[in-house]
Design a protein around this ligand. Structure first.
Ligand SMILES: Cc1cc2nc3c(=O)[nH]c(=O)nc-3n(C[C@H](O)[C@H](O)[C@H](O)COP(=O)(O)O)c2cc1C
Length: 196
């Protein structure tokens, strides 16, 4: 496939098979993240790769606990309200049970922290697609960036107080009949392009 086809066929995967991801593929995805552009060539990302099933399960439980205590109303961002609602029902697994979650942090207070991390996350999702892996941007740890319990849990994996959690990407084989991720692009909305 050419580059535009890879870009167009990347879709978010939210159902994962339990099949583990080969470490060569995880390393290739990380390499793609490491070769993203960064403001001033800072390269100040920290990629935290979680693939221990016990850690992923415990983190999911802690995230659910964190959301359970929150409230939402009609002004709450829909995805955040959904996280809170599902957590209160007690059946919320924020990473969809993916076998790998790569958390991307950056320097707290660095103006390009989020932009650089988004570049790395997109590179990793595109690489995942090229390796026949499903992927999905996972924002919950970013929303919980200032939650003391979640930060304390992440601290044991080297996420220091000087870091901000920008996002994460779930990775794994899609739970589809052929094991391949859904690749049909969603229709584009009314995107404005101005050419002068
Ligand atoms: C900044 C950002 C945050 C996102 N957060 C989540 C998330 O927390 N959970 C999730 O399932 N999808 C998340 N997504 C995925 C979007 O929902 C998805 O990209 C969008 O619906 C378009 O679908 P597609 O990726 O299949 O093209 C996020 C995407 C972006 C760019």
């Amino acid at each position: 496939m050419d580059m535009l086809t890879w870009i167009k066929s990347r879709r978010s995967t939210r159902r994962y098979a339990s099949k583990p991801v080969e470490s060569e593929k995880i390393h290739a995805v990380l390499e793609a993240g490491c070769y993203a552009p960064s403001g001033g060539n800072n390269q100040s990302w920290h990629f935290v790769v979680l693939k221990d099933p016990q850690v992923l399960a415990e983190l999911a439980e802690r995230v659910q606990q964190a959301f359970r205590g929150m409230t939402y109303d009609e002004t709450t961002y829909a995805s955040l309200a959904n996280s809170i609602r599902l957590s209160q029902r007690g059946n919320y697994v924020f990473h969809y049970g993916a076998p790998v979650l790569i958390v991307v942090t950056n320097k707290k207070g660095y103006g390009n922290a989020m932009a650089d991390s988004a570049c790395a996350l997109e590179n990793m999702m595109l690489m995942a697609n090229a390796l026949d892996l499903g992927s999905c941007w996972i924002n919950q740890l970013h929303w919980l960036d200032e939650n003391p319990e979640i930060r304390a849990y992440l601290a044991q994996f080297g996420v220091g107080a000087e870091e901000t959690v920008c996002g994460a990407v779930a990775l794994g084989y899609a739970d589809t009949p052929d094991g391949l991720p859904e690749r049909t692009p969603l229709p584009r909305k009314d995107i404005r392009i101005t050419m002068v």
